[in-house]
Design a protein around this ligand. Sequence first.
Ligand code: ATP
Length: 234
Amino acid sequence: MLLEIRDIHVHYGKIAALKGVSVDVDEGEIVTLIGANGAGKSTTLKTISGLRPLSSGRIVFGGRNISKVAGHKRVLMGIGQAPEGRGIFPGMTVTENLFMGAYARKGNVEKDLKEVFDLFPRLAERKDQAGGTMSGGEQQMLAIGRALMTQPKVLLLDEPSMGLAPKLIQQIFSIIQEINRRGTTVLLVEQNAQQALQIAHRAYVLETGAVVKSAPAGELLDDPQVRAAYLGGG
Ligand code: ATP
């Protein structure tokens, strides 16, 4: 198993946001976490990347317990995150933003830059434009591209479709699939459960800080309860 999340509890002050979440991500998979607002999806990703501390439980990555490893070291170990709200550097150009993703690592950065431009031709067209003047969808692409520049073994994506026009949502999901086909494992958090389940191999349903269901994604697409609660139909 590439990533094992075992019975994690996470608090914001006295509020328990995660009450014993366990999730497995195997190498090569796209795994998605779905659930209503406030279910704990973002908190799970933030805890994996080291932005939130664990109250209890553990996170094992590549066989190593990383529960106490600092966030920047987790990036170097291969945990890449494109955060919710994007978090790009608005005053830097597209290319500079992408280079920021690679500043702490070794290896052939130009080759990875070419690969990101290949995945996102829109970023290549706008490589000298300031990040902050890019559209919402373009900034989302930039955030994913920057995370790819860290050469992640697992890419954590928090609501990549948020705020995007339907046509762009399609595009982002097919790019995520392509990233996965090229060898990167993906853990995807999405409100857009329908689309997420269509591209994922397996899925977990979170409710108020706990996993209530996990199954192959295709099964959840046909699950009457999941359909009623998250897919807008019976
Ligand atoms: P959404 O889809 O709305 O982003 P989510 O499933 O990602 O929801 P989280 O953002 O992980 O949910 O939130 C889980 C719980 O933790 C919620 O009850 C939320 O109010 C709480 N929470 C999240 N961030 C904070 C914070 N910075 N301070 C206090 N409580 C927080």
